[in-house]
Ligand binder design. Sequence first.
Ligand SMILES: Cc1cc2nc3c(=O)[nH]c(=O)nc-3n(C[C@H](O)[C@H](O)[C@H](O)COP(=O)(O)OP(=O)(O)OC[C@H]3O[C@@H](n4cnc5c(N)ncnc54)[C@H](O)[C@@H]3O)c2cc1C
Length: 454
Amino acid sequence: MQRATPLLYDVVVVGGGSVGGLLACALACSPATSHLRVAVLERAEPAPLHPVPAAPEARVSALTPTSVELLRAVGAWESVAGARATPFRSMCVWDNAGGAVSFDAGGVTFDAEWSAAAGEELAQPVLGHVVENRVLQGALFERMGELSGSITLHCPSAVSAVRFPAEHSAERAQAGAPPNWPTIELDDGTELRGRLMVAADGAMSSIRQEAGLRSFAYEYGQLGLVATVETARPHDTAWQRFLADGPLAMLPVGEKHSSVIWSTTAEHAGELKALSDEDFAAEVTSAFNGGGEFGDRANLPPPCVRAVGPRGAFPLAMRHAGCYVSPTQRLALVGDAGHTVHPLAGQGLNLGLYDAAVLTSSLISAVESGLDLGEAATLQGYERQQMAANVGMSAGLHSIQQLFCNPLLQNSALVSARALGMSLLDNTPFAKDLIVRAASGPALDLSRIGGDGT
Ligand SMILES: Cc1cc2nc3c(=O)[nH]c(=O)nc-3n(C[C@H](O)[C@H](O)[C@H](O)COP(=O)(O)OP(=O)(O)OC[C@H]3O[C@@H](n4cnc5c(N)ncnc54)[C@H](O)[C@@H]3O)c2cc1C
């Protein structure tokens, strides 16, 4: 059987999740790269953005102000904001360990008013926005549809084979020979080739594995249980309590709902999933409010009335690829394909969105200097910048998880030191200032991203 002529693209993005979608939109919207032909392959059609269902879906992400700016730059934020993106204005973190240690003193509260008082530079009306994953992906899909002059969406599409070039052959390509670029075959026989392939296909990335790029994983042996609950009153705080097994967090979504993310053992997660809607809500309320000196404080999370909709559970792991780029294979990894972190600080998706922004900047620079999109000089700047940032964040989050939740580290001296540390932090505006800055996202240069919002 004669093969169909391969479809040639400048960039082939495998995975149309939020990170792959943002990358494609950023390339299509930026004047320097809007002429590039970008293909996005996504195996599952996302749920339509509208109508917005009455109850939020359980899987949400807390977007930092930097991530919101990125979505705004590519023209997707308005759609996200119109589909129940919910701002939170304060963040409250506390510890469960009781006994001889007072954790009342260990409560740490960041709020936007405090940030504003700390200096104009930090003044942010909100600390972040809680957004349902289906909304984010749906809005980016809509935007990719509007940018169809640059972006070709292959969805739903299933990859049946991937071939990487044995060696870099820019000279052959320039000489007009058949380009020795990475090739993807779809189930329907379509063949696509790209100057650059980007793996945005999530934590278990098959593209990363096909390319033979190694990834280190630390399995926490726990599940992240996610659920939507109705609360007795509206609130605009991100609450997090460190329990013996892991952190329990609650984020506002819309007027009367909140999203619960409970990191716990598989056994406990199974029990929680099996509870009735009312019993689950009671369990969350009691886990937040029961015991410990914080329980006496006035600013407790609102009680949960009932759970709404299905509950999900995800295995928790810190994962990191040894490299994010492979110039000989003309490949770059972004988002969860390159790294996953513990959800305790809600940073996983944000890190992926920053990857997409930094890779876009590298590709803009390459186009402006006449470099090939797949070559080492183009890709290594992206890897250098993001590897350093993501390794630092992964290590920081892992240390916090271990400090609060590793059973071997729960002796009384360490627990006392932890309480003292939280108390000191709560009373040290300078340190809070640093944390608020870090939690808001890095200072990315967004000046060249977006702008051509056609
Ligand atoms: C319990 C939990 C809570 C979390 N909370 C937060 C939070 O509050 N804030 C935050 O920032 N992050 C959070 N995260 C992390 C966040 O969900 C992920 O980091 C984010 O979804 C990664 O986006 P991605 O686009 O890289 O990958 P994914 O969202 O996994 O998208 C990958 C896409 O690729 C597609 N795909 C895969 N293989 C193929 C293929 N062969 N062909 C075509 N398409 C393919 C998939 O269908 C999917 O659409 C949380 C994670 C968990 C587990």
